[in-house]
Design a protein around this ligand. Structure first.
Ligand code: TXA
Ligand code: MG
Length: 356
């Protein structure tokens, strides 16, 4: 017998190269009726609901166990949809949309009256993104709605990069999951705030401040609140203040020259094992053979930063399943998306870093 309040979650595979119209119509219909549907985007899976319907936003917060003061991103399929949710459209938004939409960039602008405060967590601004994924764009169009979607994980867990991760967290709590396979990028969109004096990155992602600055022809600053390791400055994006992505085990990042890092991690591993702890190491193709830990999780080739970003959340989820007591990770300060990767990794480790 089903317990009260638990619903059957429909899980449907959708091939992004050959979209099943029938399934997508059903999914669009559910959104239009105020239900929740999880769907793939190019960054991570999203948990979608009608962005202009306050009840849908409430359902999203409840399903994720998310604090309702943490605003949702509104997903659109045409640039003209931005006129419905923005009070005015800054010139900068047009430039950035031309260069990066559809794509992994979210823009913060002043909101219109059409957007309920339930969607924006009570803020006067709204986050808008046009995702670069055929299933996501088709879902928005078929629903006839704009879709509010946070990442489709339980609040506090790593964002989902496969439909299986969504099912682990949200089965029985949402109407449908569209399984479009593993995502391409693996970390959430870059967020740029266009309501400040200077454009400000509130969350680093695949699109870097340099890329944004190049298109805008002006300086782009980074929210000082996301760099501080302590609580001296609060990040402007409410979601960035939560201790996100943290695996259950303690996690420590070891930074330095490759050989020194391997030696230090092996030394720490031996000490933890002597205390009877099970140890996992997050390593690369280049180093994975050199560790003595109980579990070695290979994140990819060090030179392939796209692969590192793509595998990060899956590996943090694996750490929980393996029931390890301690996790040591190499540092992945790679040239282009290293800032985005390290932002997530540092949060997972509670900013515990050993320099060797
Ligand atoms: O890649 C992504 O952006 C994914 C996919 C599904 O599109 N979505 C996503 O949503 O990461 P979510 O809810 O997990 O993260 C949204 C972040 C939160 O940190 C939230 O606080 C911030 O955006 N945010 C949303 N609206 C905001 C606003 N008006 N002002 C400041 N921060 C805002
Ligand atoms: Mg999230």
């Amino acid at each position: 017998m089903k317990s009260v309040g638990v619903m059957e979650t429909i899980i449907e595979k959708v091939d992004p190269r050959q979209i099943d119209e029938h399934i997508m119509e059903q999914a669009g219909q559910l959104i239009a009726e105020g239900e929740l549907v999880a769907f793939p985007t190019e960054t991570v899976y999203g948990l979608g609901g009608d962005a202009l319907h306050p009840e849908a936003a409430k359902k999203i917060y409840a399903a994720k166990g998310r604090p309702s003061d943490n605003p949702l991103i509104v997903h659109i399929a045409e640039f003209s949809d931005m006129e419905r949710v923005a009070k005015t459209i800054p010139e900068q938004a047009k430039k950035l949309a031309d260069a990066f939409w559809p794509g992994p960039l979210t823009m913060i602008v002043w909101k219109s009256d059409a957007v309920p405060s339930a969607t924006t967590g009570g803020m006067d601004t709204v986050a808008v993104r046009m995702p670069n994924h055929p299933v996501a764009l088709d879902l928005i169009r078929k629903s006839g709605c704009l879709i509010a979607a946070p990442s489709a994980n339980t609040s506090g867990r790593p964002s989902p990069t496969e439909a299986q991760h969504v099912a682990e967290d949200l089965s029985g709590r949402i109407a449908m999951i569209l399984d479009g396979g593993p995502v391409g990028i693996g970390i959430e969109s870059t967020i740029i705030d266009l309501t400040e004096d200077k454009p400000m990155v509130l969350r680093p992602g695949y699109i870097t401040p340099e890329m944004l600055s190049e298109v805008l022809g002006e300086e782009v600053v980074i929210d000082p609140g996301i760099i501080a390791a302590d609580d001296t400055r609060k990040p402007k994006a409410p979601g960035m203040k939560y201790k996100h992505y943290a695996p259950k085990a303690d996690m420590v990042i070891v930074d330095g020259a490759q050989d020194a890092v391997v030696a230090k991690i092996n030394e720490l591993t031996a000490a933890r094992q002597a205390e009877g702890k099970k140890v996992a190491v997050i390593a690369t193709e280049e180093t994975k053979e050199q560790y003595d830990a109980d579990v070695i999780l290979c994140i990819g080739k060090r030179a392939d930063e796209d692969a590192i970003a793509q595998h990060l959340y899956k590996i943090l989820r694996e750490c929980d399943e393996l029931n390890v007591g301690e996790i040591y990770s190499e540092c992945f300060q790679t040239p282009r998306i290293g800032q985005a990767i390290m932002n997530r990794l540092l949060k997972a480790a509670g900013h515990t870093v050993i320099h060797v």
